[in-house]
Design a protein around this ligand. Structure first.
Ligand code: IVH
Length: 701
């Protein structure tokens, strides 16, 4: 028994590690989540029955070991060097000249260009293929032992080389996690090739927080009224430096390997590009945006092309690392101080210019938030003429003591809006006075307000024309009602001429066709195109309509979520606090925003008008759901279900027209109960809510 259990455990470990690799490193899952969970569960059961079979590389240990009281410091066996910077192609050329001088004129110097990931630098030590130590870089000589935390990152192999399961997994045929039905030979080749590894191998790389996941985390925190994080880099570093590894495990951190410690690198490869290939073959994630370049010019051209795409990448990077490819050349070049001569970080100089701030104005947004901006004497920064720059909010102006008439430093980075950094005090005019933030809305004249705990200043007059213009623009935008021809200018014009008093009024515009035609520049064709586009927008999906209203904190995802629980705008407008609180994924901030919005008589009026004008305010295209066996019923799930995950159960219920909420209330029809159910079961009993097992629910549908 024990022998077969051992064999099965080993097989399961290989399978789980392999599928982790497919999912977390290659981003191409081969099996479904449920199938994957089943493998982990089976291994956990074997390990529970035979603790002696638990190995150091067991993937079951990735959930996070027990809490530490402090990190041990570890001395790196060789210093982890850092890089010198070059802020222009010319500076890169100066670096290269110094490199080239060491070699004969006809020596071919290839360059590897690798994005410089902005995360936390770590070193992983593998002994006989097993991960034995993971440490932060620290000061380059001494770092912290964060092995237990790094083990929780699924893109870090616990054992190398990552072996391919010898037989295809039994469920490979009906796999659906990534769409592929059988593992592709190329992938197997990459993950499972025969590779030699030295007794000890130290791999350097960077742990980072993917940008999309970071945005998601902050959205959630904000919705729950919690403090948000400043940037992905610090959040990644903070997540790795948690004494409780379970906290690290809860974060979607990723890893890129980029270097084999020099003294060992020579044992297995002869050049940086080969080292990256080798790391990839061992099962490490290697940045796909790296490139082997034949010449320095190629490397500079490649970097500059990449700089332009940087904003769209899912990782933060603060430049391109250029590395001489050949390791023999590295030996020859050596290091100066803490930086090797064979590499340089090529960064874009942050683009800062100095100009005169003529005046400060404010802009009223669709939610009434008042944003100050600087009107500047135009100046070119990085090839673009900048004449406006943001000043964020009232505190930013006072904290940085920015005044009208000041000479200011202005920064433009990538695609983001230019911002005023601060004044050049030496050049401040003698008669200068601190800026007084307006007390009244520049458009409607109403008093401006500041809410407690918020940096923003608001115009709270919901009839403010400036807000209406922005609301209209948003209402008509692509992701909302998608009305071509109703952009910023048209919105302003319609508000200015008194054609609309709220967004619903656009649906009555056809009655004013004659008046529209009298406006300058409004030919028949233009007017009819606009009216047709408005008419066509009446049948947009409910989620778009909800989003189009521009309720604070209610973006596209939240709108989608809301349509899963309300099948009309009228129902949403009437929702009670309890109804909203019961929805999983809606934090208190969103609930408050929805309540506050629909509390306004103006909003209730708007809903009525939309209905009156025949705008589609009901959910459509969900026939299967409202006809479903569970239609109209509300479910809550609690405890661990025997075979299904909560997500799967939720999907099953929704598929049959039921609703799933988070907490048991009088309105709950059924509580689906699994093992170790807690207080929800007690509450259901006390309220007389019927309970169901997984099997019973399945029978119902
Ligand atoms: S090579 C000896 N490659 O940049 C060469 N570094 O100051 C050492 N970094 O702390 C670094 N991406 O954390 C290298 N592809 C990459 C990198 C990279 C990010 C970080 C690394 C280091 C810092 C350099």
């Amino acid at each position: 028994m024990a022998a077969s259990a051992a064999a099965r455990a080993e097989k399961l470990r290989a399978l789980i590690n392999y599928h982790n690799y497919c999912y977390h490193t290659l981003d191409e899952a081969e099996i479904s989540d449920a199938e994957f969970d089943a493998l982990v569960k089976e291994l956990q059961q074997i390990e529970a029955a035979h603790p002696e079979l638990v190995t150091a590389d067991s993937p079951t240990l990735r959930v996070g070991a027990t809490r530490l009281s402090a990190f041990k410091s570890v001395r790196h066996s060789a210093a982890l060097l850092s890089l010198d910077n070059a802020f222009s192609p010319d500076a890169v050329r100066v670096w290269y000249e110094r490199v080239a001088r060491r070699f004969s004129a006809d020596a071919k110097i290839k360059i590897v260009a690798e994005p410089k990931i902005d995360g936390l630098s770590i070193a992983l030590r593998y002994e006989h293929g097993n991960l034995t130590l993971g440490a932060t870089r620290g000061d380059g000589y001494e770092g912290e032992d964060v092995t237990a935390n790094l083990r929780t990152l699924k893109s870090i192999p616990l054992r190398i080389p990552l072996t391919t399961p010898t037989q295809p997994p039994p469920f490979a045929k009906n796999a659906n996690r990534g769409g592929a039905s059988t593992p592709s030979p190329a992938k197997r080749g990459r993950a499972g090739v025969e590779v030699q590894i030295p007794e000890t191998l130290i791999v350097r790389g960077e742990v980072y927080f993917p940008k999309d996941k970071f945005a998601e985390l902050n959205r959630q925190l904000q919705a729950n009224g919690q403090k948000t994080y400043a940037n992905p880099r610090n959040t990644a570093a903070g997540s790795v430096r948690q004494l409780d590894p379970r906290l690290t495990a809860a974060r979607p951190l990723r890893f890129f390997a980029y270097q084999i410690m020099e003294q060992q690198a020579g044992l297995v490869t002869r050049a940086q590009w080969d080292a990256l290939e080798y790391l990839r073959a061992l099962g490490f994630p290697v940045n796909p945006d790296s490139q082997l370049c034949d010449s320095l010019d190629d490397a500079i051209a490649y970097s500059e092309r990449w700089f332009k795409t940087r904003e769209q990448l899912n990782y933060e990077a603060d430049g391109m690392v250029l590395k001489v490819n050949d390791f023999a050349m590295h030996e020859e070049l050596g290091a100066v101080g803490k930086a090797p001569r064979w590499a340089i970080a090529f960064k874009q100089a942050s683009q800062v210019g100095v100009t005169k701030l003529q005046r400060i104005e404010v802009n009223v947004g669709r939610t009434g938030v008042v944003t100050p901006f600087a009107v500047l004497e135009p100046l070119p920064i990085g090839g673009v003429v900048v004449s406006l720059a943001t000043l964020h909010n009232a505190d930013y102006i006072s904290d940085n003591d920015i005044r009208e008439g000041d000479t200011v430093r202005v920064k433009r980075a990538g695609e983001v809006i230019p911002q005023v950094l601060g004044p050049v005090l030496e050049l401040r005019p003698e008669d200068s006075k601190p800026f007084k933030f307006p007390r009244r809305c520049p458009t409607c004249g109403e008093k401006l307000e500041r809410r407690e705990g918020e940096a923003g200043t608001y115009c709270v007059n919901s009839a403010c024309p400036a807000q209406l213009v922005r609301q209209l623009e948003h209402f008509a935008s692509r992701g909302a009602m998608d009305i071509a021809g109703l952009g910023e200018q048209m919105s302003a014009l319609l508000v200015d001429k008194g054609f609309v008093g709220d967004v619903a009024d656009i649906y009555a515009l056809h009655m004013k066709r004659a008046q529209l035609l009298e406006l300058e520049g409004f030919a028949e064709k233009r007017v009819d195109n606009l009216l047709n586009a408005i008419e066509a927008s009446k049948s947009r999906a409910l989620s778009r309509l909800i989003y189009a209203l521009g309720i604070r904190h209610v973006g596209g995802t939240v709108s989608e979520l809301l349509t899963e629980h309300f099948d009309s705008l009228e129902a949403l407008a009437k929702a009670s606090e309890d109804d909203l609180n019961g929805i999983r994924g809606l934090g208190p901030v969103i609930v408050d925003a929805l309540r506050e919005y629909f509390k306004q008589p103006r909003a209730q009026q708007l809903v009525k008008k939309l209905v009156k004008y025949d705008v589609q305010t009901k959910q459509h295209g969900r026939a299967t759901r409202s006809d479903g066996k569970l239609a109209g019923k509300t479910f809550v799930i609690t405890g661990t279900l025997p075979t299904m995950s909560r997500e799967q159960m939720t999907a099953l219920i929704k598929q049959h027209g039921g609703k799933v909420t988070d907490s048991v209330t009088k309105k709950t029809d059924f509580l689906v109960v699994g093992e170790n159910a807690g207080s929800k079961l007690d509450k259901a009993k006390s309220l007389g809510v019927e309970t169901l097992s997984e099997d019973e629910l399945k029978t119902m549908v």
